[in-house]
Ligand binder design. Structure first.
Ligand code: HEM
Length: 468
């Protein structure tokens, strides 16, 4: 299996040893970029032997566009095909993120309306709770990463399926601990590199997954009961329904294909990953950037005070007016994309790219971090310059914070509303700075997390209450 297919021979090789070291030393996508930049900036493509086969890493924007828009030619690699016996497959199954063709369309059609009708009150209540919790730890460095994860988990639990993890107030609650333990099991590097180890039984991990699954199952069941009692329809009419309630409601539409309870559970499991860890990491890195760029922090705050006046929470119209904040959000996602590389695609047919012939079913990885940090796509790519989103022209596919094409993130608005509301609440009340002895003093330290996502190491920041 190590023999290079003929058509890939001229594609430069990326070092497998570097990758192994990166995985086992748990360094972030910045190191991966450092190790591959020379090849990828020059060629836009590299080949890598990984997990028993030759895979392709792509940063060339022409090929990126093809991959994002021709989803039949570049379907996603499905978990049950790539890792049939893995715990990841058991936990996430087939869901809206990891499916193709008609199955994906069925999930997406059911999920779509729920993302157009977000229960915004949940974000507002959580912002108030966040401030209350912070009140008690005012003026000491606060570890923002865990705080933002607790916040985002509460928001997701309530907005997605009406469950209050209450993680902001109770960091050790039993469901949170189980969720975190399951995530820790799923991100063990050993099983990624040597997937045959997945054939060994992992009883403890399976027990934890079963516990979490039974919570999701109970929630799905309770929504079906509420549906029968007519409660969901009432909530939809008064715009307080959560995502799962919208989905269960859509499943009852005779014109819509339905999802089974197991499929709904798998969607909930993937929402927890796609919607909670990503936004939590984005909020953490943006607070870090504002802490080290005081001028930007002031500009964002001035804009908040100007646009919101006495309002604490921005309305939908006001959120559009927060133009500078929106540029800062984009620049943060460019510098520190929480999804640093997209889930793998497998080309359904042989592909010709320049003088290379990529055989059908070659795993293809789209390296978002590399695309965002390439000097071919961005001027001074390592610099934090929010204004570039106003002043600089850049290729549509050079910014992929939320992916692109047909498989564009469903939760964009969910995440953006959450980020804007939290930033308004925090910056109005606090001035944020980085402690002098921070490990991030010279550079934000990033680590890989589950399935291609990445985030910073813990980030303690000082929140000083504003006097004005
Ligand atoms: C900063 C926060 C977020 C980031 C950076 C992010 C990033 C992404 C990216 C890059 C993709 C494309 C994946 C691919 O093409 O393979 C994606 C897809 C998706 N995201 Fe997000 N996401 C965020 C927040 C959310 C939230 C809050 C939710 C839901 C609550 C969500 C749900 C989804 C779903 C369901 C998809 C799959 C769409 C499809 O394939 O049809 N995301 N996200």
């Amino acid at each position: 299996k190590t023999r290079v297919p003929e058509g890939l021979k001229n594609i430069p090789t990326l070092s497998f040893l570097d990758l192994l070291i990166e995985i086992f030393t748990k360094v972030g996508p910045d190191k991966r970029w450092e190790n591959t930049r020379d090849v990828l900036e020059k060629e836009g493509i590299g080949k890598l032997w990984f997990n028993g086969q030759w895979t392709i890493t792509v940063t060339d924007l022409g090929l990126v566009k093809d991959i994002m828009t021709k989803t039949d030619l570049y379907p996603k690699a499905l978990l049950e095909e790539s890792f049939p016996t893995s715990l990841i497959t058991k936990y996430y199954g087939t869901n809206v993120v990891l499916s193709n063709g008609d199955v994906w369309k069925r999930h997406r059609r059911i999920a779509n309306p729920s993302f157009r009708n977000l229960p915004v009150h949940v974000f507002v209540e959580s912002a108030t709770k966040l401030l209350n919790v912070m009140e008690k730890i005012d003026n000491e460095p606060i570890e923002v990463k865990s705080l933002m994860h607790r916040l985002a988990l509460d928001v997701l639990g309530k907005a997605a399926f009406g469950f209050d993890f209450n993680n902001l107030e109770d960091p050790n609650n039993v469901y949170v601990t189980t969720y975190n333990e399951v995530m820790a099991e799923l991100s063990k590097p050993l099983y990624f590199v040597f997937s045959f180890l997945d054939y060994l039984p992992r009883f403890e991990a399976l027990r934890k997954i079963a516990k979490l699954n039974s919570l999701y199952d109970e929630i799905v069941e309770s929504k079906h009961k509420a549906m029968k009692m007519g409660e969901i329809e009432k909530k939809i009419n008064n715009k307080s329904a959560d995502l799962l309630e919208h989905m269960v409601y859509a499943c009852n539409d005779p014109d819509n294909p339905t999802l089974t309870n197991e499929e709904l559970r798998h969607d909930l499991a993937i929402f927890m990953l796609a919607g909670h860890d990503t936004t939590a990491n984005a909020l953490t890195t943006i607070l870090y950037l504002l802490a080290i760029h005081k001028d930007t922090q002031k500009k964002v705050r001035d804009e908040i005070l100007r646009v919101l006046g006495d309002n604490l929470i921005p309305s939908v119209e006001q959120q559009k007016e927060l133009k500078y904040m929106n540029m800062v959000i984009n620049e943060n996602l460019r510098l520190y994309p929480p999804v640093a590389q997209l889930p793998r695609r497998l080309n359904s047919q042989e592909i010709k790219f320049r003088n290379h012939v990529i055989p059908a079913k070659t795993p293809i990885v789209l390296f978002i971090y590399g695309i965002h940090h390439s000097s071919r796509n961005w001027k001074d790519p390592e610099k934090f310059i929010p204004e570039r989103f106003e002043n600089e022209k850049h290729d549509h596919y050079s910014w992929l914070g939320f992916g692109g094409g047909n498989r564009l993130c469903l939760g964009i608005n969910f995440s953006l509303i959450e980020q804007r509301i939290m930033l308004c609440a925090l910056l109005r009340k606090y001035e944020v700075s980085l402690p002098a002895d921070s490990i991030h003093k010279d550079k934000l330290q990033i680590e890989p997390e589950v399935s291609g996502t990445s985030g910073p190491h813990p980030v303690p920041l000082i929140f000083k209450r504003r006097t004005e």
